[in-house]
Design a protein around this ligand. Structure first.
Ligand SMILES: Nc1ncnc2c1ncn2[C@@H]1O[C@H](COP(=O)(O)OP(=O)(O)O)[C@@H](O)[C@H]1O
Ligand SMILES: [Mg+2]
Length: 285
């Protein structure tokens, strides 16, 4: 039986210290349960706390109150069972695609043989369509191809949970659609439980089983949850012409619009501010 609580986020709170030394509560009592293989989108205005929730689930950001259980185990820090793809893949420029993926694999599978590690890296790169570009360096790869390496690096860890923080934010719409399909394919095949943070309501509707709409911060909470019942694998052409698609996206857009005038006065955080290459590798140790 599929557990409805494969990922269980309970009463999650995040407070950051502000410059005056006080606690600034960003996320307030958030509860999300995900079943194994479920795909959830988090949407909400900039600065509401989406990345904060995702990075807490990744174990890269300390939990202030509450807890997160993944596959019956309370998380305590980062681990290879939860892989993250950020907006910028942060590849090591002096390593080629193969070596960039190998870096994580060496950390996660120190006891695997050289041949086994080689196979994991090759398989992961082939899985994202880079079979012919393994020896290319980041500067020889387009933005979309670099992000493919980022995805390969994540799936090479053989995670249970895939976390995506605006992974296609910098890509053109065609590349974005190609990569959405790549992700959906992998997620279905590997039965990954996934959470994506996105600004793109079409992306949220097309990819997800549920879309979680967060209210504006501080003290951001879940405003609404929308379930999408289309079958998988999803056919883009069919979905784009389904009248339901327009209803769903209108609903999400109106949720966001209603809150636009309430938009937080706080600045948006520059993405990846806290995530240097060094940090990014943490989850593979
Ligand atoms: N390391 C940090 N220290 C202090 N405040 C932070 C930190 N990271 C994020 N914040 C604040 O928390 C809020 C939520 O940020 P974030 O989770 O990045 O939002 P989102 O991803 O929804 O745009 C913002 O007001 C931001 O300024
Ligand atoms: Mg963010």
């Amino acid at each position: 039986m599929i557990s409805k609580r494969y990922v269980e986020i309970s009463n999650l709170v995040k407070s950051y210290p502000n410059p005056f030394g006080d606690d600034f509560r960003v996320v307030e009592n958030l509860n999300i349960n995900m079943f194994q293989g479920e795909f959830i989108s988090l949407i909400g205005h900039s600065g509401c706390g989406k990345s904060t929730v995702l990075t807490m689930l990744a174990g890269l950001n300390e939990i202030s109150e509450g807890g997160i259980i993944v596959d019956n185990k309370e998380i305590d820090g980062a681990g290879p069972d939860r892989a993250v793809v950020f907006q910028a893949p942060c590849l090591m420029p002096w390593f080629n695609a193969y070596e960039n993926v190998m870096l994580g694999v060496e950390n996660v599978y120190p006891h695997a043989t050289k041949q086994e590690r080689h196979e994991i890296v090759e398989y992961s790169l082939a899985r994202v369509g880079l079979a012919d570009s393994m020896k290319k360096f980041p500067k020889e790869l387009s933005g979309g191809m670099q992000q493919r390496v980022g995805i390969a690096r994540a799936i090479a860890l053989k995670p249970k949970v895939l976390l995506l923080d605006e992974p296609f934010g910098r890509l053109d719409s065609l590349t974005r659609m190609e990569l959405q399909d790549v992700i959906l394919d992998i997620v279905a095949q590997e039965k990954l439980t996934s959470m994506i943070v996105t600004h793109d309501v079409d992306e949220a509707v097309f990819m997800s089983d549920r879309v979680i709409m967060m209210t504006n911060g501080p003290l951001a909470r879940i405003g609404e949850v929308m379930s999408l019942h289309w079958e998988r694998p999803r056919n883009r052409a069919e979905i784009l012409t389904d009248p339901l698609f327009f209803e769903y996206r209108e609903h999400l857009l109106s949720f966001l619009e209603q809150r636009a005038h309430l938009k937080s006065h706080l600045h948006d955080v520059e993405d990846n501010r806290q995530f240097t290459n060094e940090n990014l590798l943490k989850f593979s140790f």
